[in-house]
Design a protein around this ligand. Structure first.
Ligand SMILES: Nc1nc(=O)c2c([nH]1)NC[C@@H]1CN(c3ccc(C(=O)N[C@@H](CCC(=O)O)C(=O)O)cc3)CN21
Ligand SMILES: O=c1ccn([C@H]2C[C@H](O)[C@@H](COP(=O)(O)O)O2)c(=O)[nH]1
Length: 289
């Protein structure tokens, strides 16, 4: 994915060092856009192995309207664990449990999970119930009935509920666009962790585009990714530089079960990725607090 590597190079060359909430430090630019034409293959990075299973489960979790990490944990997806754990550590129930012990309790204790697995009204809640509005189903309906509309919007940014969220939405605002029987999607992401989060976000929204295209009988075309604060954390510099030395490989293909005609009916088994031959995984520490 040339676009992604060019963005890394651009940030390294033109970015400023900038402190951040987590005190990790970043190199950052403001405003960067990439486009991914889905005809060229599924945009999953080949310069490191990306764990697609986590991406698919996370997307199905958003679509279902769920905001509790229990579904993710039960499916061995561990990308959201740190955030409820930080909240738990400040609660009266905290008895020096480690993150591993905390996640074990989420897995095995239904009541505990209900109480401590919540992220608050994050993505799933806003997509499906933004002050009573099911934005996802409305947009799909509107794409079918009124394709030329310039109002196919879903916003996860709900100022009245931000204070109750474990993390305010990063991928905050999306718009669908229909032309010549083809569907495109643009995302505005206010903040992007270029090494860890962005590869997930690109694949996740490209998959969402394919799913919405299928249920509206359109052909998926372009994912446009617009990032506000696009940053590389200072403890990811070696990882990013290593990726820049690796040669780009052919993009994989994503096949989704053509029988599914309702966005709420997709299951993990409806997705299959072929021809994915990435370079090896590169580990990196996620900045939390
Ligand atoms: N600093 C930061 N970066 C993020 O990307 C991010 C947050 N915070 N907070 C909320 C979510 C959680 N996201 C995450 C969190 C962890 C990974 C991660 O560790 N990825 C590894 C392993 C993936 C796996 O186990 O499935 C990777 O190699 O991609 C990715 C996205 C994206 N978001
Ligand atoms: O989907 C996501 C979610 C989060 N991120 C990154 C972007 C930032 O590095 C942090 C969030 O910190 P803020 O201080 O709230 O911006 O998480 C991402 O890249 N993708």
């Amino acid at each position: 994915m040339k676009q992604y590597l060019e963005m890394c190079e651009y940030i390294l060359k033109n970015g400023d060092t900038k402190d951040d909430r987590t005190n990790t430090g970043t190199i950052s630019v403001f405003g960067y856009q990439t486009k991914y034409d889905l005809d060229e293959g599924f945009p999953l990075l080949t310069t490191k192995k990306v764990h697609l299973k986590s991406i698919i489960h996370e997307l199905l979790w958003f679509i279902s309207g769920d905001t509790n990490i229990k579904y993710l944990v039960d499916n061995k997806v561990n990308i959201w664990n740190e955030w409820p754990y930080e909240i738990f550590k400040k609660s009266n129930d905290y008895q020096n449990e480690s993150l591993v012990e905390f996640i074990d309790k989420i897995k095995n204790d239904e009541e505990f999970a209900k109480k401590h697995g919540e992220l608050g009204p994050v993505y799933g809640k806003q997509w499906r119930n933004f002050l009573g509005v099911d934005q996802l189903l409305n947009v799909i309906d509107d794409i079918k009935k009124n394709p030329n509309s310039r109002r196919h919007i879903i916003s996860a940014w709900n100022p009245s509920e931000i204070k109750n969220m474990a993390l305010p939405p990063c991928h905050a605002f999306m718009q669908f666009y229909v032309n010549n029987g083809e569907l495109s999607l643009q995302l505005y992401q206010r903040s992007g962790d270029v090494f860890l989060g962005i590869p997930f976000n690109i694949a996740s929204y490209s998959l969402l585009l394919m799913m919405v295209a299928q249920v509206t009988n359109l052909k998926p075309k372009t994912f446009v990714h617009t990032i506000g604060d696009a940053h590389i954390y200072l403890n990811h510099l070696d990882q990013v530089n290593l990726q820049l030395t690796r040669e780009i490989r052919k993009l994989p293909k994503m096949i989704i079960n053509p029988e599914i005609k309702n966005i709420l009916d997709f299951k993990y088994e409806d997705f299959s990725l072929t021809d994915y031959n990435p370079h090896p995984l590169i580990k990196g520490v996620v900045a939390v607090w």
